[in-house]
Ligand binder design. Structure first.
Ligand SMILES: *[C@@H]1O[C@H](CO)[C@@H](O)[C@H](O)[C@H]1NC(C)=O
Ligand SMILES: *[C@@H]1O[C@H](CO)[C@@H](O)[C@H](O)[C@H]1NC(C)=O
Ligand SMILES: *[C@@H]1O[C@H](CO)[C@@H](O)[C@H](O)[C@H]1NC(C)=O
Ligand SMILES: *[C@@H]1O[C@H](CO)[C@@H](O)[C@H](O)[C@H]1NC(C)=O
Ligand SMILES: *[C@@H]1O[C@H](CO)[C@@H](O)[C@H](O)[C@H]1NC(C)=O
Ligand SMILES: *[C@@H]1O[C@H](CO)[C@@H](O)[C@H](O)[C@H]1NC(C)=O
Length: 736
């Protein structure tokens, strides 16, 4: 679902560079914009809760504002995979202790082993504890859990369920060191065993652990623990009565589904399990729910009647109400049509009611939905942009939690955002709750393109999965997504001489649209043909569109069809001159190419030292024709004569990625230039005001933006020092 470009860490060494006192803030969208895995409530301290995302880090609940505070924005380039969040544990004995299990991928995309981020002050500060295996916060099966749990009878004891056949691990010293347990079942299910990338072929592993506090315990901790492993065709639920020393399969269990979640209902001395036939979070075509009576050692099928007759989706998130024994809620994992379903039972799963009903009444047999809730998306009104869709409740629902201190408060994560309610108990009376988007503070898009034109809105963005926005006000959630809504939008540009003219690409064949009102409305481009995704550039007078889909460079003139450009490598990155309609610049493999005919034909003009790769290209956006900058793995080059000659940038920039041009310090002065790269050995984000290679570092200890090579930049041509940084999973930031 999400892209990743990465750079392996750079050793820190002393920097000669001045640090700038930037203040960083998220560009506000209010609605998350990505998958929320689970909410983890502390069971001792009211209102202490945490939330995990797949590529955008962990958050902490702020009850006063009913919003969420990011906890891992300090992750730097070497720590880019700390935003992949596999599991969270908050200590039921000492609520100050917080453990976050991080890592993005178990295959080669992430070179690093996983990490436990441990905090003893509820997330204000962390120490990093390396794990001896990889962790897959953005892998299939990431919704299972929780994979990391703390023993309430001895909070020095933690259990961790690993992927990739690594099994179940235990720590007896509060997470500092880990030992593999004897559990031989390691969770062998893989989504697509033949996937040579290693992404879908990796075994999902150990999915969840239940520490059974209703059973015996010693000073060493709780004796009985249950473990769910992601396997089909062999026992998936195992029990130990000696604190993880030995295990046996729980008798009488089904083996034809994957147990995504197992949760303890202490008052009922029971375990509830949701089962699905696939990995999740965005698949699953069947499933069931079971309840295990620990005393009797018996299983009951508690699948809701409706789900037995029409179940094409499986079950995801499940929660009990800690204050009301017998109250339990569960969600469909992926019922894509007409909408996800949420069930609530007051009698321990014997009977269930639903959040909405649907039918196909005669005479037309058209879908009729009776929704037993009021839908409130006021924090992120753009969610309404999915007008052609019947879905409100969501999809990919793996985490659903009733607040252990407040029976009226529940939350659940979806593929898009976080929903919940503060009047949940009305379900049992008037059967009509307020189902609200409660994602304020969560910003987790993977940003794919940014422009800051000199007129109109200061920022127009394109992002993965949901498209992107026009931000007339950076601190206010926009009213709508880009329409047509395509899911992922990949590229965006504006025409320099008529900056309200924009072009954007989408992820499927023929998805190209133009705008003449600064991105507020878009028109499908009639001659888009079958090209898809990739980046796009608009010539200064909007006469040429240059499209670089995955491979190749194509140009369309005056509304015509796309034809291949000549004289330029297929992996080139492109930028148009922002003042002269004819000039288009391309960079590839450490070489600079120039077109004088709007992108139809290119000529090689410069070989940039010994550079082999071209990473970024930016042009003057302040009305001066012919000035450009381009970055490589050996630094940056600058031209002021339409690319005819270039000058290598002096100074400590040894490696450059995204580059952007912004307003000068004085009107008419030298533009400021922003770069993501390595200066004097330190990977980060930098600005120069006099084109000199005299760099100021603009990222700060609290905001390092993760992967430097994966970040995007746009300089604001109207506000000196203002730059927008697009991240891979934490949305867009702006700095002042
Ligand atoms: C990951 O852990 C394994 C096992 O301890 C070790 O052999 C390997 O070198 C580690 N990999 C990295 C990149 O640290
Ligand atoms: C579990 O089984 C025991 C023994 O049969 C029974 O007394 C108890 O009520 C059952 N618990 C639940 C929650 O059904
Ligand atoms: C939904 O269907 C159930 C079961 O038939 C019924 O009890 C309930 O009243 C219905 N709700 C609405 C709002 O129609
Ligand atoms: C639920 O309440 C809202 C707001 O009061 C109302 O508009 C809606 O019709 C109600 N739904 C049902 C099924 O009663
Ligand atoms: C492009 O637009 C500029 C400014 O409006 C104008 O001066 C110039 O003549 C135009 N160039 C072409 C090739 O149309
Ligand atoms: C650029 O600006 C910096 C910081 O103000 C200054 O130290 C440096 O001398 C300037 N370089 C040039 C070439 O003007």
């Amino acid at each position: 679902m999400h892209s990743l470009a990465f750079l392996v860490g750079v050793a820190a060494c002393a920097s000669q560079v001045a640090a700038q006192a930037y203040t960083w803030k998220n560009v506000h969208t209010g609605g998350g914009g990505g998958w929320v895995g689970n909410v983890i409530f502390n069971t001792k301290q009211k209102n202490l809760a945490f939330l995990r995302t797949d590529i955008g880090g962990a958050y902490k609940y702020a009850p006063a504002t009913d919003s969420w505070i990011p906890l891992v924005d300090w992750a730097n380039n070497a720590e880019f995979d700390y935003w992949g969040t596999e599991s969270i544990a908050t200590d039921p004995v000492n609520p100050n202790n917080l453990y976050i299990e991080v890592g993005l991928y178990t295959n080669s995309w992430d070179p690093n082993n996983g990490t436990i981020l441990k905090s003893t002050d509820q997330g204000a500060t962390f120490t990093s504890i390396p794990l001896p295996f990889k962790v897959g916060g953005n892998m299939p099966g990431r919704g299972a859990g929780e994979r990391l749990v703390i023993d309430p009878n001895n909070n020095n004891v933690l259990y961790l369920g690993a992927r990739s056949g690594h099994g179940l691990w235990k720590s007896t010293n509060a997470g500092l060191t880990w030992t593999k347990t004897s559990l031989t079942a390691t969770g062998t299910f893989a989504e697509t065993p033949s996937d040579t990338s290693g992404y879908n072929s990796d075994p999902l592993g150990v999915g969840w652990i239940v520490v059974d506090t209703t059973g015996p315990s010693t000073a060493a901790g709780t004796s009985r623990i249950f473990v769910g492993v992601e396997s089909i065709g062999s026992p998936s639920i195992w029990v130990s009565t000696d604190a993880g020393a030995t295990f046996t399969a729980v008798p009488g269990q089904i083996t034809n589904y994957l147990p995504h979640h197992g949760i303890l209902a202490p008052a009922e001395k029971s375990i509830y399990v949701t089962y699905v036939d696939e990995s999740g979070p965005f698949d699953g075509s069947h499933g069931v729910m079971y309840k295990y009576n620990i005393t009797a050692g018996t299983w009951s099928n508690i699948t809701p009647a409706q789900a037995i007759s029409d179940n094409s989706y499986g079950f995801g998130g499940i929660s009990i109400d800690a204050q009301r024994p017998g109250v339990v809620m569960a969600a469909s994992l992926n019922q894509y049509y007409p909408d996800a379903q949420i069930w609530r039972s007051l009698d321990g799963g014997a009977s269930w009611s639903t959040l909405y009903n649907y039918s196909y009444p005669p005479p037309n047999y058209q879908l009729a939905i009776t929704r037993d809730y009021t839908w409130d998306i006021s924090v992120a009104p753009w969610i309404q942009s999915y007008t052609t869709d019947t879905k409100q409740i969501g999809w990919g629902i793996e985490g659903l939690q009733i607040d252990p201190f407040d029976s009226n408060h529940f939350l659940y994560g979806t593929g898009l955002t976080l929903y919940g309610s503060h009047n949940l108990e009305q379900w049992d009376t008037v059967h009509n709750i307020t189902l609200a988007c409660l994602s304020q503070g969560i910003e987790e898009t993977a940003v794919l393109g940014l422009v800051s034109p000199p007129t109109g809105a200061h920022l127009v963005s394109v992002v993965g999965d949901i498209g992107g926005w026009v931000h007339d006000n950076l601190d206010v959630a926009p009213p709508t997504l880009h329409v047509p809504v395509w899911g992922t939008s990949n590229g965006i540009d504006y025409a320099g001489n008529q900056p309200l003219s924009l072009v954007r690409t989408g992820g499927s064949a023929g998805q190209l649209a133009t705008s003449t009102d600064g991105g507020h409305t878009w028109t499908q481009y009639a001659n888009a043909g079958s090209l898809s995704s990739g980046k796009v550039a608009y010539s200064a007078n909007a006469t040429s569109i240059i499209w670089t889909p995955g491979s190749g460079v194509y140009v369309a003139k005056n509304g015509g069809a796309f034809v291949a450009s000549t004289g330029i490598p297929s992996n080139a990155i492109i930028a148009t001159d922002k003042s002269n309609d004819a000039y288009v610049y391309g960079a590839a493999n450490g070489r600079l190419y120039v077109s004088k005919d709007g992108g139809a034909t290119f000529t090689l003009t410069n070989v940039l030292g010994s550079a082999q790769s071209s990473n970024g290209i930016a042009v003057n956006n302040l009305g001066k024709a012919g000035e450009l900058w381009t970055t490589t793995e050996h630094g940056m080059w600058h031209s002021t004569d339409f690319g005819k000659t270039v000058i290598g940038f002096s100074g400590g920039l040894t490696q450059g990625y995204a580059v952007a041009v912004g307003a000068p310090s004085t009107t008419g002065g030298t533009p400021s230039v922003f770069v993501a790269g390595t200066v004097n050995g330190v990977a980060g984000f930098y600005r120069t005001d006099n084109n000199s290679g005299s760099w100021s570092q603009i990222d700060t200890p609290q905001f390092r933006f993760g992967s430097v090579s994966g970040a995007l930049l746009a300089g604001d041509p109207r506000i000196y020092r203002r730059v927008y940084i697009g991240t891979n999973g934490r949305g867009i930031f702006y700095g002042n």
